[in-house]
Write a protein that binds this ligand. Structure first.
Ligand SMILES: [Zn+2]
Length: 114
């Protein structure tokens, strides 16, 4: 076993690698960044897809070096997780400048705003 669940390493952000790793058509979350000299994954940006994580991550090829991803059970859980990250991270170290948008037709809001 190369890796275990919960200790997933990051992957090179290339078409091939995205197709090899994100094999399910699913909602999910991703983080973009690079690997430090000591092998730590440094997050620079993150986001989600409500429908197809594979396609969404491919939009960032060429802009970042590596990615991590997590499948979500629903668009709502992907949105809530993205909000949690947005509120938890130090914004000065991230390229995310605006609050995550909620899914279309969502009847819920970010649980971490106020
Ligand atoms: Zn919020």
């Amino acid at each position: 076993m190369k890796r275990s669940i919960g200790m997933k390493s990051s992957h090179a952000l290339t078409n091939q690698s995205v197709d090899d790793e994100i094999t399910k058509i699913s909602a999910g979350n991703f983080a973009l960044g690079y690997e430090s000299k000591s092998g730590l994954f440094v997050v620079q940006n993150f986001g989600r897809s409500d429908t197809d994580l594979n396609q969404e991550v491919k939009n960032w090829i060429g802009k970042y070096k590596r990615f991590k991803f997590f499948y979500a059970s629903s668009p709502k859980s992907a949105f809530v997780k993205e909000c949690k990250n947005y509120h938890a991270f130090d914004k000065k170290k991230l390229d995310n400048k605006t609050h995550p948008k909620k899914p279309e037709d969502a009847d819920y809001d970010c649980p971490y705003c106020n």
